[in-house]
Write a protein that binds this ligand. Sequence first.
Ligand code: NAD
Ligand code: ZN
Length: 358
Amino acid sequence: MKGFAMTGPNKVAWIEKEKPKAGPKDAIIKPTALAPCSSDIHTVYEGGVDLGGEIRILGHEAIGIVDSVGSEVTDFKPGDKVIVPAITPDWSAKASQCGFHQHAGCLLGGIQFTTFRDGSMAEYFLVNDADGNLAIQPDDMSDEAALMLTDMVTTGFSGAENANIQIGDTVVVIGIGPVGLCAVAGAKLRGAGRLFAVGSRPNCINIAKEYGTTDIINYREGDIVEQILNETNGEGADAVIIAGGNSETFAQAIQMAKAGSTISNINYYGVQNYEGAGDILPIPRFAWGAGMAHKTITGGLCPGGRLRMEKLINVVEQGRMDPSLLISHRFKGLESVEEALYLMKDKPRDLIKPMVTL
Ligand code: NAD
Ligand code: ZN
C-alpha cells in the first residue's frame, strides 16, 4: 500500500509498505477523511521528533471504516464507521491507570501515530487497543465535525479544562488557529465571563466570535500584556490558554496572569520556534512573584481514547459547538495529503484547517 511518510528531518516522501495486520487487540482502518496538523509541521520541519533514522507514515487526524479487527476486539467490526483519536494509548499501562493516559509507557507515549508506528496518511492504518480507542461516528454527524474531534477539539477543550476555569472568570486564549478556536469554545462551555482571543486573521476572528469570544486583542497592534492589563484595570486574567506563538508568548502569558491564576499551555514548542532561547522556556521573575506568585503553569497533550471521543460527540450532537466551521480548505484523494501538508507549512492567511476526503 501507499503512504506519505517522514523520511528524515525536513524530508517527506511517498513510500510503499505492506498493508498492516491486526494483532489480537488491534483494528485496521481504511481512512475516509484525513487532516494534516500543525504538529506534523513541528515534527518534520522544526526538529520536534527524532525518529532515529526510521521512516514513518505521517498523520494522526482520521476517520474511516473498520477493515478488520483482531481476535480479542469485541465492540467493533468490519464496516463500522469510526472516529480515531490522535492519542491512542495502551489503556492497561500504569500511567493510564493513574489518569495520564497521554503518557502511557513513556513521556508522551500516548502519541502512537508516527512516533511509534505508522500514521493514518495511507491506504490503511493500524489502531492499537481498538476497544479502548475507537468511537462510532453517528450516522447524522458530518465528516467535517467528526474529523475535527480527533485532535483539534479535544486539544482546545483540554486547554480550557486544564486552565481550571471557574464560572465568570476572565480568560485569555493566545493564538486562534484551529486549536485556539476550540479553546475559545471550551472556555465558553466552562463558564468564562470575559473571554479575550488574541489573533489577527479575519476568518479566525469571525469563528472566535461565533464560539463565544467577547474581546479580540490583535498582537500586531502592540504588546499583548499591556493590552490585556489595560483592559482589566491592571489585574490580568484568571486563566490564560496558550495555543500559538513562541517562547516569548509563553513568558507573556505568565505576565498577563493574575496571582492565583492558571497558565494552560497546549502549544507544541518545536526546536526552531524557541527563537534562540535554547531548550529552556522562560519564566519572567518579576511576574512570577520572584517565585511566590501562586501561578500554576500546566501543559498537556490532548486526551484521546474512546470515552473522550464519545463525550465530544455528545457536545456536537447537542448543538453546543459546531467544529465543522474550522474547515477552510478541501482536497480529494489520498495523493492530495501532500499538498494539504505543504499548505499547513506555508500557512496562507485564510487557512484554518484543510480536510482531505478519500
Ligand atoms: P496554527 O499555527 O494554525 O495556529 C496558531 C495561531 O497562533 C496562528 O493563528 C498564529 O497566527 C498565531 N500566533 C502566532 N504567534 C502568535 C503570537 N505571538 N501571539 C498570538 N498569536 C500568535 O496552529 P494550530 O493547529 O491551531 O495549533 C496550535 C498549537 O497547538 C501548535 O503548536 C500545535 O502543534 C499544537 N498542538 C498541540 C496539541 C496537544 O495535544 N497539546 C495537539 C494539536 C496541536
Ligand atoms: Zn495534531
